[in-house]
Design a protein around this ligand. Structure first.
Ligand code: F6P
Length: 323
């Protein structure tokens, strides 16, 4: 391998820049070339790439987003799109790819590999923490910290007005952000897709806390939960308790931005280097991840298809603390 192409794809996540920096500098360290592919797979299809050296990635370790930009490429889903991508790959003498993204991005890389035998290693970059084969994904820790900072602020106003706040957080189909940020921000209840919840249970929890003298509450709700969405839940609770002063806050894309935390920067740096080392070691079709604080490689098929389980102990912690 003489030249590695690197791209970020799917939803951006804080720490992607740190991962790009690590890939580029590791390439220099091992005396191979690196090229940045713009806008995810779109840049491969439209031949939009830039040669990168170690100084081109200065001053980005602390920045959110991704300086290579990102996209969810529709064209790469087509055979014609992937054919164009392969031709540009050859034209630019790219021998292997590092794909930083989530399961959608890995699925694309996997199909590309099957069709054209292009070696690649995935690096998990998503705030959702929903990728099998790693304890943490890049961006998750920063998103959690963004959520708790926001909920701390909501708590101030909730307390001052004796209000009940329903806060929707991201995570797509996974409840990792909700469960962990809910515990960390002292939520009265946490609704996640992995658990069967009901409005009745939620009301019971709010009533119980009221009986013990609580005047305001925070409820953290994962966007993927199954009860019809945060506004519907708020409506149903309000119908049962007209006396509650309820407000809804959807945190939205604020969770995807901001300077990465120390944990995300270190994780991104380790995984970016591991990806380059893996490729130089002739590994392919794998994802570099972190398990029990050790770098591990997981077959990409497993990373895409399997799911990390929600930790039952965390659910117990949340339940005990909402007494
Ligand atoms: O996968 C990251 C994520 O932020 C999810 O939590 C969310 O469901 C989705 O992306 C939002 O996607 P978009 O930025 O395309 O609206």
């Amino acid at each position: 391998i003489k030249k590695i192409g690197v791209l970020t794809s799917g939803g951006d996540a804080p720490g992607m820049n740190a991962a790009l920096r690590a890939v580029v500098r590791a390439c220099k360290y091992y005396e191979i070339a690196s090229i940045g592919i713009m806008h995810g797979y779109e840049g491969l299809i439209h031949d939009d790439m830039i040669e990168l050296g170690p100084r081109d990635v200065k001053n980005i370790i602390n920045q959110g987003g991704t300086f290579l930009k990102t996209a969810r490429s529709e064209e790469f889903r087509t055979k014609e799109g992937r054919q164009k991508a392969y031709e540009n790959l050859k034209k630019n003498d790219i021998d292997a790819l590092v794909v930083i993204g989530g399961d959608g991005s890995f699925t694309g890389a996997n199909i590309f590999h099957q069709e054209f035998d292009v070696p690649f290693i995935g690096v998990p970059g998503t705030i959702d923490n929903d990728i099998f084969g790693t304890d943490y994904t890049i961006g998750y820790d920063t998103a959690l910290n963004t959520v708790i900072e926001a909920v701390d602020k909501l708590r101030d106003t909730a307390t001052s007005h004796n209000r009940v706040f329903f806060v929707e957080v991201m995570g797509r189909d996974a409840g990792f952000i909700a469960l962990n940020s809910g515990i960390a921000s002292g939520a009265q209840d946490i609704l996640i897709p992995e658990q069967k919840d009901s409005v009745e249970d939620l009301c019971n929890s709010l009533e119980r806390s009221e009986e013990t003298g609580k005047k305001s509450s925070i409820v953290v709700i994962a966007e993927g939960e199954q009860l019809g969405g945060v506004y519907e839940i708020a409506k149903q609770v309000q119908a049962r308790h007209p006396e509650y002063d309820i407000r809804v806050t959807v945190l939205g894309h604020i969770q995807r931005g901001g300077s990465p935390t120390c944990q995300d920067r270190v994780l991104a740096s380790r995984l970016g280097i591991a990806a380059v080392e893996g490729l130089l070691d002739h590994k392919t079709n794998l994802m570099a991840g972190i398990r029990s604080n050790k770098v591990v490689f997981t077959p990409i098929d497993e990373a895409i298809k399997k799911h990390n389980e929600i930790d039952e102990e965390l659910i117990k912690v949340a339940n005990i603390l909402s007494i």
